[in-house]
Ligand binder design. Structure first.
Ligand SMILES: Cc1cc2nc3c(=O)[nH]c(=O)nc-3n(C[C@H](O)[C@H](O)[C@H](O)COP(=O)(O)O)c2cc1C
Length: 213
């Protein structure tokens, strides 16, 4: 079927203001739990967009590893392209696309490095091979071929043999603190339901508005 003719009818129950929690993080967890129960692949995957020094957007998928009152935490290499962009422009947007449920959540806000202590704790919980991979991969750097990574993996496996793998100083978490979160539910005939939570920076309260689809 051509891309032009591919259409899915979204026969979902819809979303009303009364269905929404007053706290968007609580609402996100309710939808995340439903996505996980429905068997959505990697329901914690989010596409994170950053901007470079020329204000050009750049996006990639990462995994949310904590979502709480602070915001959305993900882990990466601090020398990667995304991290360099965040150092210059500490703003980002993220999208969770739970397409099996005809749902999307969009997040916008500011980004801060989380504490070294929290990154240490999370790093210690990772599988050993992922820990060694964090040492071996100079993320986002050009490399001539895959053997470079395989050689580095072997070197770090030998280096950390019989000992715990420490967190590399250039690897850790960022937290996207939301000032806006939108919940989108697909409905028939493209008349979808959309609700956006905007943070009032003075009162620290969330204002909820319905948006036209
Ligand atoms: C499903 C999925 C999950 C991913 N999770 C992460 C992640 O948690 N952290 C990460 O640094 N990269 C993750 N990646 C790889 C990133 O998309 C990206 O290739 C990498 O972070 C380099 O991005 P950058 O060059 O813009 O910094 C993931 C990719 C996919 C497809």
């Amino acid at each position: 079927m051509s891309l032009r003719d591919r259409r899915v009818q979204y026969e979902t129950a819809g979303l009303d203001r009364g269905d929404l929690d007053t706290d968007p993080i609580v609402q996100w967890h309710a939808w995340y739990d439903q996505a996980a129960s429905a068997g959505v692949a990697e329901p914690n995957a989010m596409s994170v967009a950053t901007v470079d020094q020329h204000s050009a957007p750049d996006s990639r998928v990462v995994l949310a590893r904590a979502v709480d009152a602070r915001g959305f935490v993900f882990y990466t290499n601090y020398d990667s392209v995304k991290s360099r962009q965040l150092l210059v422009n500490p703003v980002a947007s993220a999208v969770f696309a739970w397409l099996d449920l005809h749902r999307q959540v969009r997040v916008r806000g500011t980004v801060q490095r989380i504490s070294d202590h929290e990154s240490d704790e999370y790093f210690a919980s990772r599988p050993r091979e992922s820990q060694i991979g964090a040492w071996a991969s100079p993320q986002s750097q050009p490399i001539a071929d895959r053997t470079i990574i395989e050689t580095r993996l072997a070197e770090f496996r030998a280096k950390f043999d019989n000992q715990d793998v420490p967190r590399p100083a250039n690897w850790g978490g960022w937290c996207l603190a939301p000032d806006s979160i939108e919940f989108w539910q697909g409905r028939p005939s493209r008349l979808h339901d959309r609700f956006v939570y905007d943070l009032d920076t003075t009162t620290k309260k969330w204002k909820i508005q319905r948006l036209a689809p």
